[in-house]
Design a protein around this ligand. Structure first.
Ligand code: ASP
Ligand code: MG
Length: 406
């Protein structure tokens, strides 16, 4: 017997039959003697169609009012599930974000949770009720309705689980869990049983399709294990948890690729203090996030500087690079948007050496040139030509022993 938080995504509550299916799963857990708190997303497509409607009125709808509108998606699904459970004879009750005291910053459309005062939830579950909370929403200090950014109901679920000190936080979605690589690219990808919080954060490009990554940050902070699993079958999914202390972690847990970055190279900049600061301050002022940076070691008191930015910001970053490059006396500014970042991630790297060498050898065997490298304690990333991304993922997946058994 325990206190279980269950979060269901949009496809899991996509129509009334699916809502009944969700109700049955909840009843099973409740009848086994557990206390259950449920967090819901809007029915699939609901948030998109609300945004679409608002944008028909104005291409830039008022942000406060847009949040009032978007919050209705989750209000609808929460009420429908509650009505379903009550009609089946169960003591359900729905709460909106502010009723569950989900307090946020006032950044409409992308608010951060600052605290959850879950008093009412606690009282209700204590009294035997099944509490359904509308995810994705909260309220700011002034009582305005806010939303947490797309996919935000995962973050609602983990924050509420932390606030009520839940024994488990289960996130039900339309996939079975987290995979060792993108299954669309690597058919030998397999479901990972357990993944460490840090690995999950580093594998954001794999994980973000399944979980809002901010939810993993909260889960890590409060050490709440998340069980990501399918709402359409009973199989165990992936546990996202603290596995640092486990005795044997595989050297590499996953291979990810990202084709949404572009590279900029500023040639022969003077080797003197303040140059990097000038370039990257200008890029930051334009609101552009820089990922990898490499600087060659100086020769003739000059060096080259390369960095990557999101592809969508490539043109803006190029023109900033050219402008600043001219000022600081660079000879040329080059850009390449046909690149991919391929990464291997695993907490096991902390205790194994030779992972980087092995990665480079695998890429070399495939005749793939590496143009940039970056490492963290548990990840190694290489920038390669975009056209080799899928080949690289498959080769690394096999070489690090991740392929599923035939
Ligand atoms: N309904 C919101 C969205 O579509 C939040 C969520 O589903 O988590 O992004
Ligand atoms: Mg989601």
């Amino acid at each position: 017997m325990g206190l279980i938080v269950k979060k269901f995504g949009g496809t899991s509550v996509g129509d009334l039959d699916r809502i009944r299916n969700v109700a049955n799963r909840i009843i099973k857990t409740y009848n086994a003697g557990n206390k259950v708190v449920v967090i819901l997303s809007a029915m699939s497509g609901a948030t998109d169609s609300l945004i679409h409607m608002a944008e028909k009125i104005s291409p830039t709808p008022d942000k406060r009012e847009l949040d009032v509108l978007l919050a209705t998606g989750e209000q609808t699904s929460a009420a429908l599930l509650s009505i379903t459970l009550i009609s089946m004879g169960y003591p359900a009750l729905s709460l909106l974000g502010h009723q569950a005291e989900v307090m946020t910053t006032c950044a409409f459309g992308d608010a951060r949770i600052v605290g959850v005062g879950a008093n009412r939830i606690k009282q209700l579950i204590h009294a035997g009720r099944i509490v359904i909370v509308a995810g994705f929403q909260g309220c700011d200090e002034e009582g305005n309705i806010t939303t947490l950014g797309r996919g935000g109901s995962d973050t609602s679920a983990v924050a509420i689980a932390a606030a009520i000190n839940a024994d488990a936080c289960e996130i039900y979605t339309d996939v079975d869990g987290i995979y060792t690589a993108d299954p669309n690219v690597c058919e030998k990808a397999r479901k990972i049983g357990r993944v460490d919080f840090d690995e999950m954060l580093e594998m954001a490009s794999l994980g973000a399709k399944v979980l809002q990554i901010r939810s993993v940050e909260i889960a890590k902070k409060y050490n709440i294990p998340i069980h990501v699993r399918s709402s359409f079958n009973e199989e165990e999914g992936t546990m996202v948890m603290d596995v640092d202390s486990s005795i044997e972690s595989p050297m590499v847990s996953g291979v990810t690729h990202n084709i949404n970055e572009a590279r900029i190279t500023i040639k022969t900049v003077p080797d003197q203090p303040g140059i990097a600061s000038k370039i990257f301050s200008a890029i930051a002022d334009a609101g552009i996030l820089v990922d990898m940076i490499i600087q060659s070691s100086p020769s003739n008191k000059q060096n080259d500087l390369s960095f990557t930015v999101p592809k969508k910001d490539f043109n803006a970053a190029m023109s900033i690079g050219k402008k600043v490059g001219k000022k600081i006396g660079a000879t040329d500014v080059l850009g390449d948007s046909n690149i991919a970042k391929v990464s291997v991630t695993g907490v096991g790297m902390r205790s194994h050496h030779g992972v980087a060498a092995k990665m480079f050898t695998v890429l070399a065997k495939e005749n793939i040139n590496i143009s940039m490298i970056s490492t963290s304690e548990i990840r190694i990333s290489c920038i390669i030509e975009e056209k080799y991304a899928e080949l690289a993922v498959r080769a690394l997946h096999t070489a690090f022993g991740l392929d599923k058994e035939e």
